[in-house]
Write a protein that binds this ligand. Structure first.
Ligand code: FAD
Length: 289
């Protein structure tokens, strides 16, 4: 099917893009990697009057680590840029997830920020952002503001951006102490969306967990932050009992549905298994302090 008729603008500055968004609001859609939006247009699930292509705004194409360890990922940073990055040594959950997004073709164009805004319940990055306590920086007529990860996705394919705003950056805090983390994903074949995905991020000092985040993909109407599971780790050492408690709480937080990919019970079991593996080192990637 062909998309509905739309106008197309490719501004060369963020200010011009914001002006277009301010003038057209919900009738204008931002085009980043196009890996989710273009299929939606072709299926006519989306029929915007205007596409605001941000690919000619070089100022959005970056990922950097600040002196305080914060990783900032611009709106044009592609999945492949993160997959090949040499800057993720202290962001192991990011490094683990990047090669698991889709396939190499999609990774060459698709963006982390676009994926987060798209809010597909099976999108991998939103879980990673939740586990890491990231924020999404957005710009608009009201100025720049930061949206905490827990408030970015408001439902399936829904986000909390205002109609006149554009997301410009994902900001991922640096670790306090030693960072460890993993992203484990069950897929029917390589390149597929997650049947179940689990992001785990743990900071520790002297073997004691100072901060933890656990989030789940594909087992609910949106990515799920398993808050109780993560809290069960804080102030503890990662021994078998603590890991089992967190894995059980994460499985309880999942809201899986039985479908052609597996039963709800099976998916819940996978959540338990992935949290156990992610925390136990089998599958986890560790970074130096
Ligand atoms: C075959 C295939 C397999 C895939 N497999 C996976 C997978 O396994 N895991 C996974 O997580 N994803 C997967 N994807 C989706 C892929 O990761 C997309 O790249 C991603 O979902 C959207 O990023 P994008 O940059 O392409 O955004 P676009 O398609 O350009 O935009 C998506 C939506 O977000 C909005 N948007 C984008 N950028 C901004 C911005 N800066 N500010 C405001 N709104 C914005 C757009 O307006 C649109 O509504 C797959 C896609 C395909 C085609």
């Amino acid at each position: 099917m062909y998309p509905s008729r739309f106008h197309y603008e490719a501004p060369r500055s963020l200010d011009d893009a914001l002006d277009l968004k301010a003038a057209h609001g919900d009738d204008a859609k931002v085009l980043a990697g196009g890996q989710s939006l273009v299929p939606l247009l072709k299926l006519r699930f989306a029929s915007p009057e205007l596409l605001v292509d941000i690919n000619n705004i070089p100022a959005l194409d970056y990922h950097v680590v600040d002196a305080d360890g914060t990783l900032r990922v611009g709106a044009l940073c592609r999945h492949a840029d993160l997959e090949r990055s040499t800057l993720l040594g202290k962001h192991p959950t990011m490094a683990a997830a990047a090669p698991m997004i889709a396939d190499p073709i999609v990774r060459n164009r698709g963006t982390l920020v676009g994926s987060w805004c798209h809010a597909d319940p099976q999108g991998d990055w939103a879980s990673v952002m939740l586990a890491l306590g990231a924020v999404l920086v957005v710009d608009g007529p009201g100025g720049r503001r930061q949206i905490p990860a827990s408030q970015v996705v408001t439902g399936p394919f829904q986000n909390s951006l205002r109609p006149d705003e554009i997301a410009i950056e994902a900001r991922i805090p640096g670790a306090s102490g030693t960072a460890a983390g993993s992203y484990l994903k069950l897929e029917r074949r390589v390149g597929d969306f997650a049947t179940v995905g689990v992001a785990v991020a743990v900071d520790s000092s002297g073997g004691t967990v100072s901060r933890a985040g656990i989030a789940l993909t594909g087992v609910g109407p949106a990515n799920i932050e398993a808050t109780a599971a993560a809290q069960a780790l804080v102030g503890k050492r990662l021994d078998a009992g603590t890991i089992e408690q967190a894995a059980a709480l994460a499985a309880e937080a999942a809201q899986p549905k039985t479908d052609h990919r597996g039963s709800a019970e099976y998916k819940r079991h996978i959540v338990h298994t992935f949290v156990t593996r992610g925390l136990g080192g089998n599958g986890a990637v560790h970074a130096a302090a």
